[in-house]
Design a protein around this ligand. Structure first.
Ligand code: PMV
Length: 321
């Protein structure tokens, strides 16, 4: 009754911020993402009658703060399979968790994939995506590789693959500007924005247009168009965060400086654009062949602590053994 799986974080280019159905965890806005290759979460799930409760360790440390969400995910798996035993969940990552690097996306995609296998539940990728979404909506997207969409018309939506990573091999440089865990989780932050940002309704109303345009840009492999939409959509989400009362400020000084340097790169004709999630890290998406120029532009920025280069990667999968 044990299985292990790996999943990678995904970075949204058209973002989800706000829920239309809090109970079922259905986003208010459609989103479009790219799954990374270089970062991973590897998760082992073991159901056993010897366990007296569910337990969770992340990178070797017992983590009670996330246990409630993990137990809720395990309960969904237990309900669908008839399993009654508790589970040990242990996860390792090769990047800092809870710092705006989509650790929950990779973690829950890996948890659901491993958990289904441990219970002998042969679910389609779409059904695993639906289950992952119930824990963390962005996790629905990490079930798939390459370019992935998560539409929101259905009451219980799953993500869908849009374009394989091999079809349009973009690069991503993750500019780490802090490894501290963020103060406000995405879920808490987006629910505050829905209640207390005067821009929230405009954000939700304008999202389908951004999504449709980005989808077209991906299908036509139009980098310029994808760059324009992604940067505008990212800044719009951060405007909603900043206008929430009390304000949600996920950036630090280095975040702003890196944004300015990417704008300079673009002005010099380098095909690169920035995007930022609920944290201070900046992800620079580029066409292949510009790694040195990007590295040179940002590496001496005060506050930059690491640069991780990645290509686009595959979806969640079982690990053998
Ligand atoms: O799925 P969550 O609860 O981790 O929220 C993700 C929110 C953003 O990363 C800011 C945007 C997105 O679409 O991934």
């Amino acid at each position: 009754m044990q299985a292990a799986a790996q999943a990678q974080p995904n970075i949204a280019l058209v973002k989800y911020w706000g829920k239309q159905d809090i109970k079922r965890n259905v986003p208010a806005t459609p989103s479009l993402s790219i799954t990374l290759d270089a970062l991973w979460a590897r998760t082992t799930v073991r159901f056993s009658e010897e366990n007296e409760r569910d337990s969770l360790s992340i990178n070797g440390i017992t983590d009670p703060s996330q246990l409630q969400r993990v137990t809720a995910a395990l309960d969904r798996l237990r309900r669908l399979s008839g399993e009654t035993n508790y589970a040990d969940v242990s996860s390792t990552t090769n990047f800092p968790v809870s710092a705006g690097l989509a650790s929950s996306a990779a973690g829950f995609a890996a948890l659901v994939t491993a958990g289904c296998s441990a219970l002998g539940a042969d679910l389609s990728a779409q059904d695993r995506s639906r289950l992952a979404r119930a824990s963390s909506a962005s996790a629905a997207r990490s079930v798939f590789g390459g370019f992935v969409e998560l539409q929101t018309e259905q009451p219980d939506p799953a993500a869908q693959p849009l374009l394989a990573e091999t079809e349009w091999p973009l690069n991503v440089a993750v500019i780490v500007t802090s490894t501290r865990a963020k103060q406000t989780s995405s879920t808490a932050g987006m629910n505050q924005s829905a209640r207390a940002s005067v821009f929230y309704d405009a954000w939700v109303d304008s999202a389908p247009r951004d999504f449709a345009d980005a989808r077209r840009a991906v299908l036509h492999q139009d980098f310029q168009m994808l760059a324009d939409i992604s940067e505008a959509n990212c800044l719009k989400m951060h405007a909603v965060m900043l206008s929430t009362q009390p304000a949600l400020m996920y950036w630090n000084g280095a975040t702003v400086e890196v944004i300015l340097r990417v704008r300079d790169l673009r002005a010099r004709g380098i095909p690169a654009f920035f995007t930022i999630d609920a944290g201070p890290q900046v992800k620079i998406v580029s066409l292949p062949g510009h790694r040195a120029a990007i590295e040179q532009a940002v590496r001496d920025t005060p506050g930059v602590v690491d640069i991780i280069h990645s290509s686009l990667g595959a979806g969640a999968r079982l690990l053998g053994g």
